[in-house]
Design a binder for this molecule. Structure first.
Ligand code: RRO
Length: 299
């Protein structure tokens, strides 16, 4: 990190720590507890063309290694975001960068979303969410598992905006290298690795799913090893900036992602347990590493 910040699509980041999509609403919702302007930035809840009510409760459940969610893309829809949320972002975020997360049923929906938002002010770029494990479009198979679908969405959106495009990928594609190549071929400016991993928690006595929707997406420490692997291997395959996300609880974990080749990192699950956790990661990264302690450090 230089005093001028970290080069990143859409403008330098003041530090490499962003809030992950779906964990901070549109910024305003968390602004009384999180010091947003001390962060590198945030990614909003995924936005769809029409409002979505989301899945039945409970939508989140904890387990020893993290948590599982099935929010079901609950969001107010693009027109309400323009009317009710973007003005706040525009007047309140100066130093922190903002990326709008977009999600759709098909290529056309992503294109229409980007086109409707492109002329608005207050944000730097888009994060295309191609990897929601809780969307039943395409028979529940996220775009990010299929290189052909990834390239089609990214190329389609690239055709309607010159803003930076981050592309959020899944942790479990059958052919990870092909997916990375497809996102790059379509015109991605950066890759966000990774979204949550499909999973299921059951009540051990009744067998009932702990989530109202049944299955969901696993996040938190259980995901960190896979997230790091996806970042490190992507670093071998592309020169695009990478944003690492998955199980970051502290600055040690953030450092691991940066050493694996990420330019920036996102904090997600941590914020639910500790809303100021991302601010603490920023503060921890400012302190010099302690190499003499690191060999025995269990992170
Ligand atoms: O809303 C969700 O259920 C959700 C989304 Br869009 C996503 O990308 N990842 C996730 O774990 N949950």
């Amino acid at each position: 990190m230089t005093s001028a910040g970290i080069p990143f699509p859409g403008g330098n980041l003041q530090n490499p720590v962003l809030l992950a999509a779906g964990t901070c609403g549109f910024g305003r919702e968390v602004s009384e507890v999180v010091e947003l302007e001390a962060l590198g930035g945030l990614v909003t809840k995924s936005i769809t063309l029409e409002p979505r009510v989301g899945n039945p409760a409970p939508r989140v459940a904890e387990f020893t290694g993290g948590m599982i969610n099935s929010i079901g893309l609950a969001n107010p829809g693009v027109e309400a975001v323009k009317r009710e949320y973007l003005p706040w972002i525009q007047s309140n975020l100066r130093r922190a960068r903002c990326f709008l997360s977009l999600a759709g049923h098909d290529v056309d929906e992503y294109i229409r979303l980007a086109a409707r938002l492109d002329d608005e002010d207050g944000f730097q770029g888009f994060e295309l969410n191609l990897s929601c494990p809780n969307d039943q479009s395409r028979d529940g198979a996220p775009f990010a598992l299929d290189p052909v679908a990834v390239e089609a969405v990214v190329r389609g959106v690239r055709g309607v905006t010159s803003r930076p495009l981050l592309v959020k990928l899944a942790p479990n594609p059958p052919a990870p290298r092909e997916v990375v190549a497809a996102a790059e071929a379509g015109g991605a400016d950066a890759l966000t690795l990774v979204n949550t991993l499909p999973g299921l928690l059951l009540d051990p006595y009744t067998g009932a799913p702990r989530l109202g929707a049944g299955r969901g997406g696993v996040s938190g420490p259980a995901l960190r090893g896979l997230g790091l692997l996806r970042v490190q291997e992507a670093r071998e395959w592309t020169t695009l900036p990478l944003v690492g996300v998955g199980g970051i609880l502290n600055h040690h974990h953030a450092r691991s992602y940066l050493l694996a080749g990420a330019t920036a990192i996102q904090v997600g699950t941590l914020s639910f347990a500790d809303p100021r956790g991302a601010n603490r990661v920023v503060e921890g990264l400012r302190r010099p590493p302690l190499p003499s302690l690191s060999p025995g450090l269990k992170t």
